[in-house]
Design a binder for this molecule. Structure first.
Ligand code: PHB
Length: 398
């Protein structure tokens, strides 16, 4: 009898449900976030994680009843084997729908084949070697490439009175790209590269390298090193060795002057010029709102960096595909949605994903490192609009 009662009740309930539009079951989207939470990049990755949390806090409601489950894993640094193992676990055991993060190039390079095999779209929030994007059709990049920064900076240097430049980069993918791109842009603009050096990725002591370069007396030293510990150490060596007083100007990619680390860089000499995708002191309304939200969340002295913006925009890309699919993630539809995706509200200015290359198109800003209200800041002095990565045109797919 009790059973019949339940059945009648269920039928009656069924009848009312049938009369109203079917309710959609709440979906959960699982995102595996692999980042170097510990190790040499920890300061930059903390910024990325803070951006992810802030985005969730400010935009979470837009997902309606879809739940976004972020599963974070620490790959500890440039450690491809570890990144691959973590990605494999996230794919097979946790059944993630998407992967995101990836600070270091070797790590995303190691994970790319797994993305193809399992058809899991990956949103690259930092790693910046141009060729990486070709390693799987399931990769999309929302950060930057070293070609995108270094080629236009080379041209800028050649056109701004720098005749002889020395190149110093970290000895791995992004450093090799930075060197090739800067040399090409600079020589095309009439400059001469008078020397180059590739410095170790792990535990580099920059003092001996910079001392040797000082003795060469180039007009400028162009540098790429990864953000965090390396950027701070490089800037300290440049100041301590008196390269500026010896007439050697420092120019480089934005990676060497992350906004959140400027306060600890001490007395950096005048004349440092970098190119970058983002500056915390930029005047754009979307940036003002972003910086205000950042300070409200993390304190009045907290400053977001380009690394934070890479993760922030990565979250915007994830929200875009989750919302468009109402939480039911299809890998190929996800990639279609990302190709050509455009966001005019990023703190860095307008951004777009090139549908052909799956790489980001964005403004590049030439910045002078200067004191604003007593604090070092990357002051934008020139905008190069909507720069595509120059590398694919020079290296067409075979
Ligand atoms: C990279 O490994 O691709 C990488 C790391 C740090 C940067 C830029 C690129 O600042």
């Amino acid at each position: 009898m009790a059973r019949l009662g339940t059945l009648l009740c269920a039928l009656a309930f069924g009848a009312t449900v049938a009369a109203t539009p079917p309710a959609r079951a709440a979906e959960t989207v699982k995102v595996g976030v692999i980042l170097a939470y510990s190790g040499q990049a920890a300061a930059s990755v903390k910024q990325m994680d803070e951006a992810i949390n802030l985005y969730m806090k400010l935009h979470g409601k837009e997902l309606g009843d879809t739940k976004l489950d972020l599963i974070r894993r620490d790959d500890t640094g440039p450690n491809p084997d570890m990144a691959k193992r973590l990605a494999r676990e996230l794919i097979t055991r946790d059944k993630v729908n998407l992967l995101a993060g990836f600070y270091f190039t070797p790590n995303i390079n190691a994970v790319a084949p797994l993305a193809t095999e399992a058809k899991v779209p990956v949103i690259i929030m930092n790693a910046a070697t141009s060729a990486s994007i070709r390693l799987s059709p399931y990769l999309v990049r929302v950060s930057q490439t070293l070609w995108q920064q270094s080629y236009p900076l080379g041209q800028w240097a050649g056109h701004h009175g720098i005749k002889r430049a020395y190149i110093a980069v970290t000895d791995y993918g992004p450093g090799h790209d930075a060197e090739a791109a800067f040399a090409r842009g600079f020589t095309e603009a009439g400059g001469t590269v008078v020397g180059h050096v590739e410095m170790p990725l792990k535990n580099a002591d920059y003092v001996p390298f910079l001392q040797r370069i000082k003795d060469e007396k180039p007009d400028a030293l162009f540098v790429f090193v990864p953000g965090s510990r390396d950027a701070a150490a490089l800037m300290r060596a440049y100041s301590d060795l008196g390269l500026a007083a010896a007439g050697v100007r420092l120019i480089g990619t934005g990676d060497i002057v992350p906004d959140n680390e400027l306060a600890e860089m001490g007395n950096v000499p005048d004349g440092v010029v970098t190119i970058g995708l983002y500056s915390a002191v930029a005047d754009r309304p979307a940036n003002k709102a972003f910086v205000a939200a950042w300070k409200a969340e993390y304190g009045p002295d907290a400053v977001p960096s380009p690394f934070a913006v890479g993760a922030w925009d990565g979250m915007a890309a994830i929200f875009h595909v989750v919302k468009a699919q109402h939480g039911k993630i299809d890998p190929d539809r996800t990639m279609q949605l990302l190709k050509g995706w455009r966001d005019d509200d990023s703190p860095r200015g307008p951004i777009m994903i090139d549908p052909q290359t799956r790489d980001i198109v964005q403004n590049m800003y030439i910045r002078k490192l200067e004191r604003v209200n007593g604090k070092l800041a990357n002051v934008e002095v020139e905008t190069i609009p909507m720069v595509q990565d120059p590398w694919p045109k020079l290296n067409p797919p075979k």
